[in-house]
Design a protein around this ligand. Sequence first.
Ligand code: XMP
Length: 325
Amino acid sequence: MSDVRDPNMARITTKELADKFIAEQIAAIRAQVGDKKVLLALSGGVDSSVCAALLIKAIGNNLTCVHVNHGLLRKGEPEQVIKVFKEELGANLIYVDAVDRFLDALAGVSDPETKRKIIGKIFIDVFAEEARKLDGIAFLGQGTIYPDILESKGIKAHHNVGGLPEDLKFELVEPVKFLYKDEVRVVGEALGLPHNMVYRQPFPGPGLGVRCVGAITRDRLEAVREADAILREEFANAGLEGKVWQYFTIVPDFRSTGIKDNKRTFEWPVVIRAVNSVDATSATIEPIPYEILNKIVNRILNEVKGVNRVLYDLSPKPVATIEWE
Ligand code: XMP
C-alpha cells in the first residue's frame, strides 16, 4: 500500500466527512484482517485512541488492546483509558501495571537520553511479553498519522520505541495513517471519544519522566504529577484548555530553603511551563493572567508535598527547548 496521501482526498473538517471516513475505514479494516486477531498498544494518546476506537467498531473483540502503565502517566490517565475503552466501548483491554519495573530500572539514572532508552526498551519488553501470552495474533494495529510518515518514514519515532522483536513483526493495520492531527481529532469526536482525550495537548512518550529532572524518585515524581494535575485543572477552570499548545510542570532535582509553620524547610521548586507553538520547532510563552498564576501558585504550595517554591519559566524556544530534558 502506498504511503502517499491521495492529493484529491478532502480534508476532514466536519462530522459528516468524519462519518464517511469512519464507514470507509471500517470496511477497509474488515477487508484487510477478515476474522483474524489484531493487537494494539493503547497509550491513551489521541492517535492510538482513535485507532483503537475504529478497530473496535470494525472487528470488536478480535482487537486486543494493551495499556502499559509505566508510572510516568499523568494523574487519572490509566483510569480514563480503562473507563473509556473497557467499560464504555467494551474493548478487550489488557491493563499492565508495570510501574515498579520501570521505576526500579530508572532508579539512580540521571542522563536524559539513558532515561529515554530505558523507558523505550522496557516498554517493548513488557508489550512483547503480553503479545507472546496471546494466541493467534496476526496483525499489529498502530496509530501512525500522516506527519509520522512524512517526518520519520512511518516509524512513530516520537514514541521513543524501537522495533518489536522479529517473531512479533506482524502486518500493520494503520487506519489513520493518511490523516493530519486536526483530522484525527475530528474523527475521534465523531467516534464519541471524550473531548479531553481527543483534544489532549502533546505529551512525550517518556511522559513525566522527562519532567522529573535527573534521577527519578517516587516522591518527586508524585510532586510532578500532583502539580501537573493542579495546573491542568486551573487551566480548564480558566477556559484555557485547548487554547494553549502545551502546559505542564517540572520538578528539578535541587532544593531550596523555605519556611512553614515557623519551621525552616528544604524542599523542591515546581516550575510552570506554558507555551504556544505550531509544530513544536519553536515556541512562545503563554502570558498566563496574574490572578490565574497566583491561584495555581497557592494551590501548588498548599497541596503538593515536598514543595516550597513555584517558578514560571519565561524562556521561548529557541533558546530553551519546550521540555527541560
Ligand atoms: P522539545 O523539548 O524538544 O520538545 O522542545 C518538542 C516537542 O516534543 C515533545 N517531546 C517528546 N515527545 N518523546 C516524545 O514523544 C520525547 O522524548 C520527547 N521529548 C520532547 C515535547 O513535549 C514537545 O511537544
